[in-house]
Ligand binder design. Structure first.
Ligand SMILES: Cc1ncc(COP(=O)(O)O)c(C=O)c1O
Length: 394
């Protein structure tokens, strides 16, 4: 099988699996226990915190372990909202194509009287920093903009956005779930106040992640209970998962240059190959995108059928359309970049892994070409397009 759905999740690295299984077996003490067996687990936990902090330019006390990216997003946004509300600031700036962990949290806050401005992401999926600047008001308490989009892979100018927020004295959070371990990140140099990350997107385990929160930012505790994480997140820590996350991140960061150099030519080879399909279009900016991301729309077909037929050919990919998410609406990301419903329904996301070979890339190109042609062969939508009854958009 060719696994081309690394934006959904990644295979754990061997080193992360080894650390995790050895800790599960041997170091099962509770890090809050005072005897030495518990303190051994505590040491592992604190070493992981130190390593992760070092890898993103933060201090250990600025790292809070969570159950993943969604929890980190929720905690960052709710914390900033609570801090803002105390000062009468109830306006938040974000974008239309954020992950639902962000959008649904903002929606909840809007029901509590917060006003949310969702910035346009334009046709290329890039937010203009100057538009962030003009959206900030006197009563803005937070700007939350994702680092890299999970569907179309576009990467934002986080440093400039952070600088604008600093100048205007507004907290800046970035959902960096798709970026951590894949792009070089330094929270201090990039003016980031809060950042969310998730281990399973960089070859670590599922159900574990972290929130970076600059020191001095008072976090709202989403989970009440014990005093773990300095009272900022209750619950016995997932020590094996956290240590495996640190190991996976260490490897990922060490390999960023090598992986980028490997992935970009393969990504661009696939993009060039798929561009040969008539009435197709790449979604998102061609240059400012994750090295692993390829996202296309093909007119006249349904993304689900494409996925199932690619699965038959041994390719695991994803689509931003309907049934995968159990709703009839196409991806909010594709709609945000201006794709109309019919076109957005025929989308395909390939998120390639670092170990992909040129032969596999060619096999993907040929398979997608074949399947798109086959599906168009009996698509009534395509028939109408070809007959001129409806207009081609792409
Ligand atoms: C951009 C982005 N944010 C947040 C999340 C949620 O992360 P998790 O699955 O760890 O809760 C994801 C996962 O798909 C994501 O891609």
């Amino acid at each position: 099988m060719i696994y081309a759905d690394n934006a959904a999740t990644t295979k754990m690295s061997e080193a992360a699996v080894n650390i995790m299984s050895s800790l599960i077996r041997d170091t099962y003490g509770n890090p809050s226990s005072l005897y030495s067996f518990g303190q051994k687990a505590k040491e592992v936990l604190e070493q992981a915190r130190e390593e992760i902090a070092g890898l993103i330019g933060a201090e250990p006390r600025e790292i809070i372990f969570t159950s993943g990216g969604s929890e980190a997003d929720n905690q960052a946004i709710i914390s900033a909202a609570r801090l803002g509300a105390k000062k009468g600031k109830k306006h938040i700036v974000s974008s239309a194509f954020e992950h639902h962990a962000v959008l649904h949290t903002l929606n909840k806050l809007s029901k509590e009287g917060f006003e949310i401005t969702l910035l346009d992401v334009h046709e290329n999926g890039i937010i203009k920093p100057e538009e962030v600047a003009s959206a900030i008001r006197e009563d803005t308490c937070l700007v939350t903009i994702m680092y890299a989009n999970n569907e179309i892979g576009t990467v934002q100018d986080i440093k400039s956005i952070g600088e604008i927020c600093r100048e205007k004295g507004v907290l800046f959070h970035t959902d960096a779930v798709q970026a951590v371990g894949h792009l070089k990140i330094n929270v201090k140099e990039q003016n980031i106040d809060m950042l969310s990350a998730s281990a399973h997107k960089f070859h670590g385990p599922k159900g574990v992640g972290f929130l970076y929160a600059r020191k001095g930012i008072l976090l709202t505790n989403l989970i009440e209970g014990g005093a773990q994480e300095k009272g900022r997140r209750a619950g016995t820590e997932n020590v094996p998962g956290i240590a495996a996350m640190a190991e996976a991140l260490k490897e990922a960061v060490a390999d960023i240059d090598k992986n980028t150099a490997r992935l970009i030519p393969v990504r661009d080879r696939i993009i060039a190959g798929l561009n040969e399909i008539p009435h197709s279009a790449l979604n998102g900016d061609a240059g400012s995108r994750l090295p692993s991301n390829i996202n296309f729309c093909f007119e006249g077909i349904e993304g689900e059928s494409l996925l199932l037929l690619l699965d038959d050919k041994g390719i695991a990919a994803s689509s931003g359309s309907a049934c995968t998410s159990g709703s009839l609406d196409p991806s909010h990301v594709l709609l945000a970049i201006g794709r109309v419903h019919d076109v957005a329904h025929g989308s395909l996301r390939l998120s390639i892994g670092e170990d992909i070979t040129d032969e596999e890339a060619d096999y993907i190109i040929n398979s997608v070409k074949e399947v798109v042609e086959y599906l168009r062969g009996f698509s009534p939508v395509w028939r109408d397009l070809v007959a001129g009854k409806t207009q081609f958009i792409l």
